[in-house]
Every structure is written in C-alpha cells, then in structure tokens.
Design a protein around this ligand. Sequence first.
Ligand code: F0G
Length: 528
Amino acid sequence: PPPSHNAVVVRSLLTTTSMEREQILRDIEYNIFAFPAALVTCDFLTDSGTSAMTDIQWAAVMRGDESYGRNSGYYCLLDAFRDIFERGDTQERIYRDVLAGTADADFYRKKCLKAYEGGFVNGGSVQLSRPNFFIVPQGRCAESLLFSSMKETLVGQSSENVTQPVIISNGFFDTTGAHAAVAGLERQTFLQPGLSDPFPEELIGKRNFFKGNLDIAAAEEFLRKHGDRVALILITITNNFAAGQPVSMANIRQTAAIAKRYRIPLFFDACRFAENAKFIQDFEEGFSTYSIGKIVQEIFSYVDGFTISLKKDGLANMGGALCFRDQGLFTHKFSGHKDKIPIGELIKEHQILCYGNDSYGGMSGRDLMAAAVGLYEVTKESYLRNRISQVQSFAQKLHASGIPVLLPPGGHAIYLDMDGFFDGCDRAPEEFASVGFTIELLRDYGIRAWEAGPFAWEWDKKTTTERKNILNLVRFAVPRNSMTDHQINYTIAAILQLHAKRHTIPGVKIIRGAESRLRHFQSGFALV
Ligand code: F0G
C-alpha cells in the first residue's frame, strides 16, 4: 500500500557493543524486561504504549487541561467513545472545537445535557446517577475494577455455598487472567483449534482463518453443564493469548447469540479493536465495502460492555477504560449487592479509591486528549492498511528465508515457532532455550523480543494435559508508527544468523522468582 505517514521527529539511538550489553545482562540476571531501553536498537518487547503519536495528537496534548473536576479532555474522550464505538463515526468532528479553541459556553452546556444518556457513555446528570464509563490509567486497571466489583456483587447476592463463578473466554491476556484469579473467578479458555496449523505462504494477505475465534461448540458444551455458574463471556479482540489472531464477525455474532440464550453478559477486551476490524474488512465475506467505522459499530453492537487499554489501539502512551451499556444485562445481573449499591456506583467507588475522580481516573488531562484523538487516528483506513501490511511483510520475509513463523500473522506481532526454529537440536521444554534465544538476540544485536512459551506460560507448573496447549513461541510485537522497514530487515538478518548457529544457543535455569505470578517480570536466570 502507499505509505500512510511521514516521520517528523526522530530520536537517535546509542551505539553500544555486545560486550557492554553482556555486562548489563549479567548484572540483571538476564531478565530482558530489566534491560535499559536506551541501549536497545530494535525494541519489540511490546506494542503497548510504545506507539509514535501523530502530529494531531501532539497538538491535542498542548490543549490538555489538568483541572481536577471535568477537564476538557474528559468531554473529548466521552465524545470519542460515542463516535467510535456507537456511531461508527471516525470523522474526528467534535474534539476539533477544543483543539481550535472555538469551544464556548454553549459547547460545554450541550455536553452537560441529559441528552447524552444511554449506550456505553452516560453524560450530564445521568453520569452521576448511573455511572457506566470509567477512565483508568491502563487496561489492567479496568480488568481489576470489573472483576473485583463483579465478585463483590456475587458474594453479596448469596451468603452461603457460593460456587466459584466462571468467566469464559477465547483467550485471557496474562494480566486479565491474573486479575480474574485474584478476584476468585474461575477461567475457562475455549480457543478454536488450529492456531499452529500450517498456512500456505501464498495466501498471506489474501485469506485469513480468524484463528482467534472462540470455540463455540466447546463453549456451548460447557454452558450446557455449568451455565448457571458462568458470570461473563469475555472475547479478546484481537486475541493476544492466541498470537494476536483476529476474531471474525460471524464468531462474535454466534457468541452473542449463545450469551443471549443463557442470559450471560458479553464483554470485549477491546485493546486492538481497530486491527480486528481491518481483518474483518479485508478477509470476511461481505465486509469489503464496509468502512472501518461501520465495522467497529457493528462489532460493539453485540456486547454489554468492554475493557480497553488505550495504549494499543488508542495510539496513546497511557490510558484505559471500562464501560458497560446503560441499564443493560450487565447492570441487571449485577445489581444485587448486599448494600444495594448498583454495580456502576460500586465500580466508581473503587475507581475513586484507587485512581481518582471519574473525569481523569489516574490519567493526566494531556494524556486524555492524546487518547481521544488517537481513537480517530487509529481507525483511519490508510493507517491500518500500513500497520497490518508491515507486520505481514515481516512474517512473510521470515517465512521466505526458512524461519518457522506462525502464519498468517496477527495484527500487532509476529511469532517465531521455536520448536521449528530449534529443529534438530533436541531441546527439552524445561531447558527454556527460547529464553536463551531472546538473551542472545539482545546481547549480540540489541534486539529485544519476548518469550511467550514454556517459561512465560509456566510449563514446569502445569499438568500433562495443560502442557499440550502451550506453544513454544517468541513474540516480536511491532510498535505503531515507529518501526521502519530498515529495523525490520535488520532484525530478520539477526534472526537468520542466530538460526544458523542455533545449536550453540544456551538454555536457562530460573534462579529467582519461579513461583511468582507473572514471573517473566520477576525472574532471574543463569545460562546453562
Ligand atoms: N488485554 C490485552 C489483550 C493486552 O494485550 C493487554 C496488554 C492488556 C489487556 C493489559 O493492558 O498493559 O494497558 O494494562 N498487553 C501488553 C502486551 C502489555 O505487551 O501484550 P495494559
């Protein structure tokens, strides 16, 4: 596709040697999360909060307002959510008044009208009586608010013999799963089979199997037996647990139908909603003539609420939100708290205790502006076309060079298939050789990637059956608008060199933090 943007600001990188990086790696016990970013040449650790913002976002940052109660950015974000997730309108009309400085008393009076009632974002006085939109610093805070409040409500509803409530999902991101566990909710993951099935190279960019889908048959079977215990169905778009694979509209519709049948609220973890919409436009029959705005509108018409990290498809460096449909199924289902506090008020109470007043929720007014504008920027078709095709060409070039990579790639990252990479080397999963690979990549080339395999998914702590579901992957997440093809080509060359000497790549032994939750952030290693 034709390029969608120019770089207008650049940051020079430090030149470092592998010796210098080796010394630091030793001092930090080879935990790549603890490695100083300033010494990394290509950082593929995450696509979260690492995007380069657009000039319009930076202009909006200058218009940010740091007032404690109802700063201007709050109204912009409310409008952006209504436009993008309810109206299918990606035309960035409303925040322009604030950007241009033409917003006057009439502009703000209108924002306070009761007319802004219903949907995911109550406004005006309704916002006070029926809060349903919650700003938080990032996605995981939204998860924590949602699950802890749900659990509190469920415990409040019946005092004795409470069986463990369940959340069904196509895939929990690690913090999402951990928050559910901390809140005492059981997780059931039903991912459509076939994630690592071969996919013909010539079909990349032409077809997609939507490998992130919920396994509808398995979910239904569980619901038939345990439907009364299921508190929520959570669909992650795109499915980061499953290598960033998209979910089809058909699958969302089917999920919504079973959720309705069993009267279970359906939520999205919507971190990468725009990428998912682009996959639907490109690959799902019947959607090629739909605008991204219309696809997003339909996707969100099926759910009762969603959590979102605006650090991904908000194109922002910070931000998140939780919202649910005004007076929808979620509100009704979770309205029986023992103190009769409606779920919205309960969440708001937690929000204020942990993050602050509802009109900033732990975000600065400037970050709110950046995220509000980011939602319009990220739904532009030219941007999405470039974004998805950059990741696709990364995967395609690796595959063409003989490196096993999961195909087709998802929206935000490519995943090396490390069992294939180490083919002929006879490496046992508990050697964690893929962690060794990420360490060598960082030391020798200054490239940071993340092991999403036996170490991260705790192979050593799992049962034989659970182990079967753990793929041995290394993720290269591509930050938005910031990576050039030069960086990607350099990375491909480095991977090829390491592949050529894969027999020499060490495994690792965990010497610290093996037992901690989310241990990849906390562990120390020795090379073996
Ligand atoms: N849900 C999904 C699907 C995610 O990918 C993430 C974060 C979160 C929730 C949590 O959001 O970071 O804003 O608190 N994923 C990042 C990653 C960190 O690297 O994949 P957060």
